[in-house]
Design a protein. Structure first.
Length: 291
């Protein structure tokens, strides 16, 4: 179809899949808060797809791949409700109020958010508003960028030879400033740190971690436009993180830790492009074969 929308037979096939999986029906007067994944539309869940196809109205964020909106049913209202740092954005109070008012009109309301709605996505704030208003809602988890984005970069979140803990950190608080976290505890307590929305304060974060004892030469990676065709990955020592982040204008997820070295052998996207994988990603370090 010229407009890119799915046709009737494709929609029927999607409904058949939903029925086969026994997915719940999207009832009138309900709000579903769904995660659309980090960018690649193939990473949305089956329940998320079903919600898109069933909703009467979809309020979607800036980070949602708009290809997913082509699955909306004919006549569904699509409302952009995105937030981007440094740009004029919808007010959170207005978004929450819209969810409540539309649900009270008996509509099937889908709040479609990038990544996972409960991971630095304000989904909990919206859900609490719905709960206080007595509006029934369902949470549909999504693939968060700190997991899916790193997987597309060939960087595993965990590996038994590098780490047994992971910490997710937001790079700025509600006031737009760097959160007052216990950086010494983070530096010592978590081998792998994953930073969301941290490009602006990446240099300051690196300085705080190094001052707290992290190795200045520890590997870090900046994954920009994660899971999109334009994805790029830059690996640098922790001490250079600030300068590297300042040179990027794209949305990025940042990871710090020995896991980053594994990318040398796990860059599967690079392999698809004809690049050879390094068969010894940890620089001759022997990985355990124990079960």
């Amino acid at each position: 179809m010229s407009d890119g929308l799915i046709n009737a037979s494709e929609r029927a096939a999607a409904q058949k899949l939903a029925d086969a999986l026994g997915l719940p029906a999207f009832e009138q007067g309900w709000v579903w808060l769904a995660g659309a994944g980090p960018g690649d539309p193939g990473l949305v869940t089956a329940l998320g797809l079903s919600a898109i196809a069933s909703a009467d109205v979809i309020l979607y964020d800036a980070l949602v791949n708009e290809a997913l909106l082509k699955l909306a049913r004919p006549g569904a209202e699509l409302i952009y409700a995105g937030k981007r740092a440094g740009r004029k954005s919808c007010k959170q109070t207005d978004i929450s109020r819209t969810l409540v008012s539309m649900a009270r009109r008996g509509l099937r309301v889908l709040r479609l958010k990038g990544g996972d709605p409960f991971v630095f996505g304000r989904g909990a704030e919206e859900a609490l508003t719905l709960a206080r208003a007595g509006v029934p809602f369902r949470i549909i988890p999504g693939v968060t960028a700190g997991i899916g984005g790193l997987a597309y970069a060939g960087i595993p979140l965990t590996h038994r030879d590098t780490n047994h803990a992971v910490t997710f950190i937001t790079g700025h608080g509600a006031d737009g400033k760097l959160p007052a976290l216990d950086w010494a505890a983070l530096a010592k307590g978590s081998p792998t740190l994953v930073l969301y929305m941290a490009r602006t304060f990446a240099g300051e974060i690196a300085q705080k971690l190094i001052a707290a004892g992290r190795d200045a030469n520890e590997p870090a990676a900046i994954v920009s436009d994660a899971t999109f065709d334009a994805q790029t990955v830059r690996v640098i020592p922790l001490a250079q993180l600030g300068n590297a982040a300042a040179q990027s204008t794209a949305l990025a997820i940042i990871v710090i830790g020995e896991n980053v070295r594994l990318r040398e052998g796990l860059d599967w996207l690079g392999a698809m492009s004809g690049k050879l994988l390094n068969p010894d990603p940890l620089n001759q370090r022997q990985l355990s074969d124990a079960s």
